[in-house]
Design a protein. Sequence first.
Lengths: 362, 303, 281
Amino acid sequence: MTTVPPLADADSRPDTAGIDLRGVVKQYGTQAALRGLDLQIRDGEFFCLLGPSGCGKTTTLNLIGGFVAPTEGEIWIQGKRVDQLPPHKRPVNTVFQSYALFPHMSVLENVRFGLKMDRVPRDVSSERAAQALGLVGLEEFGSRMPAQLSGGQQQRVAVARALVKRPAVLLLDEPLGALDLKLRQRLQIELAQIHRDVGTTFVYVTHDQEEAMSMADRIAVMNGGRIEQLGTPEEIYRGPVSRFVADFIGDSNFFEATVEGAVAQLPDGSRVACAGGRSGAATLMVRPEAIVLHGGDGSIAGHVVQTSFLGSYIRIAVETPAAGAPVIVALRDGAAVPALGEGVMLSWTAADGVVLEPGPAA
Amino acid sequence: MSSDAGTATAARAPGERLPRLASALGSYVGFVPAVLLLGLCFLVPLGIVVCYSFWDTVDYAVVHDWTLGNYRYFFSVGAYVSTMWATLWVAVLSTVIAIGLAFPFAYWLSRYVPRKIRTPLLVLVIVPFWASYLLRVYSWLTILGEKGVVNRFLHWTGLTSHPLGIFLYDRPAVILVLVYLYFPFGALTLYSSIERFDWNQLRAAMDLGASPLQAILRILVPQIRPGIITAVIFVFIPILGEYLTPQIVGGTGGVMIGNLIVNFFQEAEYTRGAAISLLVAGFIVVLLFVFRKSLSTKEAYGA
Amino acid sequence: MAHDVEVLSRGARVARALLNGYALAIYLFLFAPIVLLVLFSFNANRYGTFPITGWTLEWYRAAVSDYQVHGAVTTTLKVAAQVTLISAIVGTAAAFPLVRSRLPFREGIRIVLILPIMIPGLLIGVSLLVLFVSTFHWQLSEETAVIGQSVYTTPFVILLVAARLQGFDNALERAAADLGANTFQRLRRVVLPLIFPAILAGALFAFTLSLDEFIITYFLIGANNTLPIYIYTQIKFGITPEVNAVASLLLAGSLTLLAVAFALPQLVRRARRAVMRVTTA
């Protein structure tokens, strides 16, 4: 993961230079797409809105872009209230999911379109368009038509077209969704580089947790029209605040538990280590790579029902009376792999046993 | 199915190893009736009309002397020439109005109407199109006529004391009814090309600073140009050959070239009628030829 | 996305409201004349227009007992039946090579086949008139009108059936061949049943077009009258409620046929399923 280190002071007050959503509600008929959203995005940050479809992330993006009006609340960009402004009067540009390149214009004309709308003189606009194409590595392609480009190239034209206007904020609506995995990974690196080069605020919508983790400075995990958790990728991965977040980001094992201090009692009576923070009935979450196969204090017993070699690691499934579903353990390649059916003891450190609100066993 | 029947035929690749020539000839057999019908009863008569237009009429009999006399005659009569120009004008004006009315409608239908009820609303537009053509023209008599709805209404409101004839029997009435007749065609054609438009492009244009009107004119209209041209041509061509509309609502002031053609044929002046028909047909062929690119079904910006 | 089209500014909302109103006006424009025509056919006053002085079926009674109307209806149906038969057969036969064989000049042939739809009916009428009367010296009759109308309706059947054939999965026919069906059996058992709805729709279409056709018939039918020709000769003398009634009946006829043509593919499918259920039970 090549993430840029998060911007330092997390407790600084909302930056007037960034984006500020205050109590935003969006209602479609009787259906609420957003239920009271408060969100500050800092200037220059690579910000990800992450969540399953229907969680409100695209609505949030459309609200910032001006394609949708809020039912309630205010939207501020760089200290200016914008929620009543149409899209073409906001300092914001968008990279659309389908790219929305104009098929009847050449690549250069596409990139220059926004400048033409601003009545930028032709020589200046040509130069800036060429610059923008250079930024995405397509300076040679100006005279091509969009239909003559590959999907990845079209995507980069869409980025250049949006960036050429030097917006305060660039909105990206699942811009890599239509591409295959290899290309997606390459463009993730490129987008992060472009972000560092231009220093513009990026607001990036995706349902792909890996994409969000690899690029974002901060992530807002959304669910049911609310922000479930906001933080750096690492904070969210290590300390998910809910079962939903834990489940959505990375693989996880869940146990029904009764927590007392730093000890959790599982259904089979075994007592294991946990981070605490809550007592009584709870759900205990442990990441597969945090589990070790050594018995000792606070471990649970089980037997191996499946082992799979997955290249960079080996995944084993362990059936145990302590959990409803088989517990998934990720072993680093090179570790001793138990045989199928072999009995094993599972344990983890207290910090890795995350305690969440109780929920139905998986 | 018995299994040995399957294995017996599986060996030869089905339909592909048949003798090529026989199958090729066999596949053309289907054209025979169509060639007979459309060849003998469509192309041949058109050819005869071409010949007639260059032949002479002596004492109501057609003689096979090649001449340009029929054309010369047509262009020598001022009333005919002015009718020709009037026909062109009426056709242009009706087409422009019909398409002009159809564009906002098609835009509305494809942009603002929920997908579920789009098809019913579209069918609703086409329904009058399939009601009898004659009836659709005739129905305007009940509205525009001397005792028609418009005059009754004016009389009732006290605006006029006598029925007015101005609504009927002149060019405006002809244009109104032609617009009525061909609007559905324009709407249907425009809708089918706007429907495929990716509305995100309009959003992208506005996102890049275009006003809504700029976005429509610079992004939507250029991309549906082939659809617009198709609509224009398919509305314009039949209007050139209109007979019934000017006959029923046009009166003496609304005569079009179709009425001239019918008159000539009804008076058995076949060669002169043929010449005028050929003028119209020739004009149509030229139109189709000039715009053949827009009428071909290929994608405009294909990958 | 259903909410894609939401617009922000007041101007855009006004534009949207205006367009809604505009569309409503368009529908009024399209339907008012036809609705009024039907309305006046039930109106008691004998001018065939406003004011409404009461409701009556008198004009329908007069229309159905008029021997001229009887004759016109009979002629219309006879002509339409023949036109339907000819264009269904000729059109279906032509659709196959048009879609399936490697044709030289395919575009040219396609254009000739479609041309009768594109050029004004007036030209078809006069050119056939010249052929029949001036060249062959035939007597104009129902039959000449049938030929003229078929020239115009056949291309519609070709288009409909060709469209269905285009979407036809060739693997089905290969599968039939693989299972031992010869060319005729494949046509009879696989292809025709599958494109039958399109043929039926085309036939109904041709029938409707024939019912309503005016200009070609006007030139070619000679002394006979079809319903549109009869109505035309009547309205030369002005609007009468009887003509309104006849017109409404013709309208009802063609709209019913159109509705059937639209619903037909579904009906055929359902009927087939019912038959299957009975035969397999």
